[in-house]
Design a protein around this ligand. Structure first.
Ligand SMILES: Cc1ncc(COP(=O)(O)O)c(C=O)c1O
Length: 426
C-alpha cells in the first residue's frame, strides 16, 4: 500500500539525515511522500488522498494551490525570481501590513519564522541594552540557540538541543505559560530582561489558550518595566483575522513576527513593530540583519496576493473556517463520548488539538499528561482512513478555507474508527 513511499524513504535515508529535511516530518516506520496537493487534500506518491490538517504546519490558510496566489506568482516568475534590488512590491507589502495592524508601523521581510524571531530578539536587546530573554515553556520560536531552551530537572534553563553552549541558554529564562505569579516574580526580581517573547496562542505544545487577562497582564507588566514585548505570530498572524492576535485581543505588542499564513505556503516572514525599534536595523541603525533572499519578488507577490484575498474575503473566510472547525470538534466530541474515550479538545478559530487526558490543558505540564500511546494509535488509525494530522501530540491541527463539510464527515468517521480501535484494544 505504501510501496512507493517506502522506496523513496530508503533512497532518502541514504542522502538526507533521517530521510527528512525537518525532523517533525518523520514518523514510524517511515512517512508517506507527497506527490501533489489541492484545496484541503494532499495526495501521496502511493496515490492515496488525505484530508490534510497539517496544512504546512498552518501555512496554507487559503488551502493548497490557491488559484489567486498561484496566478500572481506565475506572472511574477516571467519577470524574474530574484533581483536583490528593492521593488515596488516590497513597499506595497509594508504598506498593507501597516494599514492592517496598528502595532506594525514598519516591517522588515525575511524568509523564515526562525529568522524573524531571532532578529526580533536582537532588536530588543539592542534597544534595551539588556540581554536576558523570557520565554514560555512549550512555546516554540524556531530552531535557534536562544529559544531551544528547556527547564532542566534542577529548575534551571538548559539547551534542548545538543550543540548549543550552556552560556547561550543561560541567557533565556523559561516560565510556565498561563502562570501569572511566576512571570511576575521573574520580572520583578531582576533588571536585566530585554524582552518577553511568546506565542499569544501557543500552538507548539498542542494548542493552548491564554487565560482571560493573561495577555493583558503581560502587556501591563512589560510596559511598567520597559521590557520589549514580542508577539510571535508566526502561527496566529493572518489566521485569527487580518489583524492577527494583537487585533483579536486588543493588545499592542512592541514587535510582532509573522510567517506561515502571510504568504499561503511561500517562504516569507516579517519582523514588524514600532518605528523606533525597527529603525535600529542597518542601514539606518546598528543592528545587523541581512539575507540574500529576503524580499524576493516571488514570495512578496505571494504575500500580497494572500493578504489581498484575505482582506477582500475576511467577512466570509474567517467565520466559515471557525464554523467548519467548530462542527468538526462537535463531531469528534460526540464520537469520543459515545466510545467512552476520555479526552480534552482545545480549539481556537481554525485550530484544534485533542489530548488523551481528563485534565484541563493550559500549559506544557498539563499537555504532557496526555497518553502518547493513544495519540500514536489515533495518528495511525486516521492515516489509515485518509486523514492526515501532524504526527505529534505537541503540534496543532489546522483547517483552511478549503476544508468543507464533506471533509468533516470523513474526518469524524475516521476519529470514530480510531476511538473504536482503542476501546477494543483495552
Ligand atoms: C510560533 C512559531 N514561531 C517560529 C517558528 C519557526 O518558523 P520556521 O519554521 O519558518 O523557521 C515556528 C515554526 O513552526 C512557530 O510555530
Amino acid at each position: 500500500m505504501f510501496e512507493n513511499s517506502r522506496i523513496l524513504y530508503d533512497r532518502a535515508a541514504k542522502v538526507i539525515p533521517g530521510g527528512v529535511n525537518s525532523p517533525v516530518r518523520f514518523f514510524n516506520p517511515f512517512p508517506f511522500f507527497a506527490a501533489y496537493a489541492n484545496g484541503s487534500k494532499v495526495t501521496s506518491s502511493d496515490h492515496i488522498s488525505y484530508v490534510d490538517y497539517c496544512m504546512g504546519y498552518g501555512s496554507l490558510l487559503l488551502g493548497h494551490a490557491y488559484t489567486e496566489v498561484l496566478e500572481a506568482v506565475k506572472l511574477q516568475l516571467d519577470s524574474g525570481s530574484l533581483y536583490c534590488i528593492p521593488t515596488e512590491k516590497e513597499v506595497r507589502l509594508g504598506e498593507m501590513i501597516a494599514e492592517l495592524i496598528p502595532a506594525c508601523e514598519m516591517t522588515r521581510v525575511v524568509n523564515s519564522g526562525m529568522e524573524a524571531t531571532m532578529n526580533a530578539v536582537r532588536l530588543a536587546r539592542s534597544y534595551t541594552k539588556k540581554n536576558k530573554v523570557i520565554k514560555f515553556e512549550g512555546c516554540y520560536h524556531g530552531a535557534q540557540d536562544y529559544s531551544l531552551v528547556n527547564i532542566d530537572t534542577s529548575g534551571h534553563s538548559a539547551p534542548s538541543s545538543s550543540g548549543i553552549p550552556k552560556e547561550f541558554s543561560s541567557e533565556t529564562i523559561v516560565v510556565p505559560f498561563n502562570d501569572f505569579a511566576q512571570l511576575e516574580e521573574e520580572i520583578r526580581k531582576r533588571n536585566d530582561i530585554s524582552c518577553v517573547i511568546l506565542e499569544p496562542i501557543p500552538a507548539n505544545m498542542g494548542l493552548v489558550v491564554p487565560e482571560k487577562e493573561y495577555l493583558n497582564f503581560i502587556r501591563k507588566i512589560t510596559l511598567e518595566k520597559n521590557i520589549v514585548l514580542i508577539f510571535d505570530e508566526v502561527v496566529t498572524g493572518f489566521r485569527l483575522g487580518t489583524g492577527g492576535a494583537s487585533e483579536f485581543f486588543g493588545i499592542k505588542p512592541d514587535i510582532v513576527t509573522f510567517s506561515k499564513s502571510v504568504a499561503n505556503g511561500f517562504s516569507l516572514a516579517t519582523i514588524c513593530g514600532r518605528r523606533e525599534l525597527l529603525e535600529q536595523f542597518a542601514p539606518t541603525g546598528d543592528v545587523y540583519q541581512a539575507s540574500t533572499y529576503a524580499g524576493n519578488p516571488v514570495a512578496v507577490t505571494a504575500a500580497i496576493a494572500t493578504i489581498s484575498a484575505l482582506t477582500r474575503g475576511r467577512n466570509q473566510i474567517y467565520p466559515r473556517m471557525t464554523r467548519v472547525c467548530d462542527s468538526l470538534i462537535d463531531g469528534i466530541r460526540d464520537v469520543a463520548r459515545d466510545r467512552k474515550i476520555p479526552c480534552r479538545i482545545n480549539s481556537f478559530s481554525s485550530m484544534y488539538q485533542l489530548f488523551f487526558t481528563t485534565r484541563e490543558v493550559r500549559d506544557m505540564t498539563s499537555a504532557k499528561t496526555s497518553d502518547l500511546d493513544m495519540f500514536n494509535t489515533l495518528f495511525t488509525a486516521l492515516l489509515e482512513k485518509g486523514v492526515f494530522i501532524p504526527p505529534s501530540q505537541f503540534e496543532t491541527c489546522f483547517l483552511s478555507y478549503a476544508h468543507a463539510d464533506e471533509d468533516i464527515d470523513r474526518t469524524v468517521e475516521a476519529y470514530d474508527y480510531a476511538f473504536n480501535l482503542m476501546r477494543s484494544k483495552k
